[in-house]
Structure formats: C-alpha cells, structure tokens
Ligand binder design. Structure first.
Ligand code: C2E
Ligand code: CA
Ligand code: CA
Ligand code: CA
Length: 275
C-alpha cells in the first residue's frame, strides 16, 4: 500500500506519540490536582445485611479535571502509582476522609483503599497513624482495603505492615477476593478482619449453579478464618436476597447506596432512618 515503508511500525509512530503525549499531559494535570488538593472522595455505604443498618462508608477517590470531567480512579490511580505520586495522594485523601468521617455518627466505619505499591512502603503504618493522630480519628474505625496483588511482591514486608497496623487497632480487609494473583496458601499467612467478595461473582450469581457453589465456599472459608464478609456490587433485590440467605455479613452496591459526596452522607443516613 501507498506509504508503507520497510519498517511498518514507523507508520504507527504518530499514534504512539499521541498516546505518550496524552499520558504526559494527564500526568501533569494529576500532579497539579494533587498540589492543589483538588482530588476528593465519594463515600459509598456498607450495610449490615442482618439489621439493615449502615455501619460504614468506603471512600472512593474522585478527580474532576479542569474540563469538569470525572477521570475514573481506574485511570488515575495506576497513573499516580507509576508517577510516584501515590503517597502524597493517599495522605491527602486519607486526611480528608478522616476529617469527613469525624462528623458521622459514633462508631460509623471508614474504609479506605490501599494501592499495591503502598505495601512496599515501610513507613506506611507511621504515615497512617500520624494522620489519625493529627485528625483525631480512632484507628478502630478505620479499615484499610488491600487486594491480593498487594501481597505478592514482598509477602514478608506486607505481613509486617499489616501486623503493625493491626496492633494499633486499624482493621484490614481483603478486597476483590477471588480475582487476584495470589494463591490460597499465601493468603493463609495473612490475618484479615474482613473479606470482600468481588462484584464479578455477584453478577454471575443466580444464573449459574457452579458460581453459587464457589460463592458459598468463599463465604465458608471466610467464616472459618474468623473474618467478616462483605459482598460488593449488589444491584438488585434478587442478589441481595441471595447473599442475605447465605449469611453474608455486609453488603455494598448501587441498590443499597451509590457513592456520594461527603456533604450528602448525613442526609442519606437520616433519610434511611425514616423509612
Ligand atoms: P473497588 O475498591 O473494588 O471499589 C468498588 C468499585 O465498584 C467502585 O468503583 C464503586 O463505585 C463500584 N461499585 C459500587 N457498587 C457497585 C454496583 O452495585 N455495581 C457496579 N457495577 N459497581 C459498583 P470506582 O469508584 O470507580 O473505583 C474503582 C477502583 O479504583 C476501586 O475498586 C479501587 O480499586 C480503586 N480506588 C478508588 N479509590 C481509591 C483510592 O483512594 N485509593 C486506591 N489505591 N484505589 C482506589
Ligand atoms: Ca475497595
Ligand atoms: Ca472491591
Ligand atoms: Ca475492584
């Protein structure tokens, strides 16, 4: 074809170049947003499936860029990791979330996501405790969610970090259980207060008997390890009823409450109490 030289890939260069420069631009914008402190969080309710009470909220990072568009966390969190910006972003978001959560009813929990690279940071427990002390938020009300992938690269260090956070009273949850790269024998080394079943299992439940058996086994495993279970991604009443009947402890999903800005949390809680 016309224009095709001996090195086919040369033709793709402009496209590559465009991709690289889009990325560099986004990285620059992210750096700026972190400097300005303009990345915030939405809060999604975690509901006790026996009582129906809200027992906490998960903070989910939200970045509205200068064009007023939301950049999804699945895009900017990996970018922050690669650009070495995850620690400043984390500290800023955690401080902000703890400040917001201070005004919630007593005992209401705050769950917060850690990215896998943070489990390679020896200073993490000190950073977390420092922020809790500074804000005056009790460690027992904070839960840190980590994924299986966070435990793979340096399991000894990860165990050390988790133990030192646990010893200060911080709760540890295993997020997205069943979707990561770890194996069960590795997982047995770690102590979790909670295990979160990934939403991909929920989407499949009720349509496939084998999937339901896997879910039942995960709930059993979690129970025998004395961890509470949360199921995420509950979108309809059929899914809700299924997990209630299976004895799952907590639920999270659009049916129970969507992620909302901090200023809506108290209103949401009082509206719920009236129904
Ligand atoms: P995640 O920790 O598994 O969070 C749950 C995701 O599922 C959230 O997406 C939430 O909005 C979404 N979700 C909740 N209920 C439903 C539902 O009923 N149906 C469906 N389809 N989705 C539901 P979001 O907010 O886009 O966050 C995506 C991921 O980004 C999170 O997954 C987490 O891994 C990461 N992330 C978010 N905030 C942070 C953060 O502050 N730090 C780190 N390290 N990662 C974060
Ligand atoms: Ca999570
Ligand atoms: Ca999750
Ligand atoms: Ca996830």
């Amino acid at each position: 074809a016309k224009g095709r030289g001996p090195n086919n890939h040369v033709l793709f260069e402009p496209e590559m170049q465009a991709k690289v420069s889009r990325r560099a631009k986004l990285e620059g914008e992210l750096r700026g947003a972190i400097d300005k402190g303009s990345i915030g969080a939405f809060y999604q309710p975690l509901v006790d499936l026996r009582s129906g009470d809200v027992c906490g909220f998960e903070a989910l990072a939200r970045w509205k860029n200068e064009d007023g568009e939301f950049v999804p966390p699945n895009v900017f969190i990996p970018l922050a990791e690669e650009a070495g910006l995850i620690t400043p972003l984390f500290q800023q978001l955690l401080r902000q979330a703890c400040e917001a959560a201070r005004s919630w009813p007593e005992g209401m929990g705050l769950s917060f996501n850690l990215s896998p690279v943070q489990m390679e940071d020896r200073m993490l427990p000190t950073r977390v405790i420092g922020i809790l002390d500074e804000v005056g938020f009790p460690p027992e009300r904070l839960e840190l969610e980590i994924t299986e992938n966070a435990l793979v690269s340096d399991p000894d260090l990860a165990a050390h970090i988790m133990d030192s956070l646990s010893s200060r009273g911080v709760q540890i949850a295993l997020d997205d259980f069943g979707t990561g790269y770890s194996n069960l024998s590795q997982l047995a080394r770690f102590r979790f207060d909670k295990i979160k079943i990934d939403k991909s299992f929920v989407a499949a439940c009720g349509t496939d008997e084998r999937q339901e058996k896997v879910i039942r086994a995960m709930l059993g495993l979690s129970r025998s390890l004395h961890a509470k279970t949360t199921v995420e991604g509950i979108e309809d009443h059929r899914q809700l009823a299924h997990f209630v009947s299976q004895g799952c402890d907590l639920g999270q999903g659009y049916l129970l409450g969507r992620p909302m800005p901090a200023e809506d949390v108290l209103m949401y809680l009082s509206d719920r109490r009236q129904v």
